[in-house]
Design a binder for this molecule. Structure first.
Ligand code: SF4
Length: 190
């Protein structure tokens, strides 16, 4: 039933023309992972590789995400349902516009409602701004748990940002992200 509803929604996304991004997309990017996962991870929008393959987080940033998930012992295909705030690629990977996010929001909300996860991971500032106070800085609040309308949200750094952060120090962004992911995994165990 759940998968049927998601398939129906995916079809809707596939033919969506609610914002101008439909004109330049190769593919819509709906989701990856498991619809029965306890964690929904939300990124920003598809990039070039995602647009080509129709899946989220499959480019360089996605590969880094895979490495970090492995270190946190999170199985990408079983423990996560991965989505983006936008389902179509913004040209030149620019940031999503407010009106594009508004047009696409209904799909994002419906995916969350259907999967009904224990924790929602907000990957990067764009995903964070869709749910939390826009004045918050990800560098200050990453790893914090926000509870809104009975849902738990945890912001983490976006892997595109982490691609430029190479330090392996304990308090460096990559190590902090692994720490955040381990905590998120723990939150799903109880
Ligand atoms: S980004 Fe979202 S709202 Fe815009 S065309 Fe694609 S699916 Fe529709």
């Amino acid at each position: 039933m759940l998968n049927e509803e998601l398939k129906k929604l995916e079809k809707e996304v596939h033919s969506c023309k609610a914002c101008p991004l439909f004109e330049s997309r190769i593919n819509t990017v709906f989701s990856d992972g498991s619809s029965s996962a306890k964690i929904v991870l939300i990124g920003e929008a598809p990039g070039a590789d995602e647009d080509k393959l129709g899946k989220p987080f499959v480019g360089r940033a996605g590969k880094l995400l895979d490495e970090l998930l492995k270190l946190a012992e999170i199985n990408r295909q079983e423990d996560l349902y991965i989505i983006n705030t936008l389902k179509c690629r913004p040209p030149q990977n620019r940031k999503p516009k407010k009106e594009e996010k508004l047009a696409c929001e209904k799909f994002l909300k419906k995916q969350i409602e259907l999967v009904n996860p224990k924790v929602i991971v907000l990957c990067g500032a764009t995903a964070m701004e869709s749910f939390l106070d826009k004045s918050l800085k990800i560098s200050k609040v990453r790893g914090s748990v926000f509870e809104i309308e009975n849902r738990k949200f945890v912001p983490i750094f976006h892997p595109s940002y982490l691609l430029r952060q190479h330090s392996k120090e304990e308090n460096a962004p990559r190590s902090l992200t692994v720490k955040d992911l381990k905590m998120i995994k723990k939150m799903t165990l109880f």
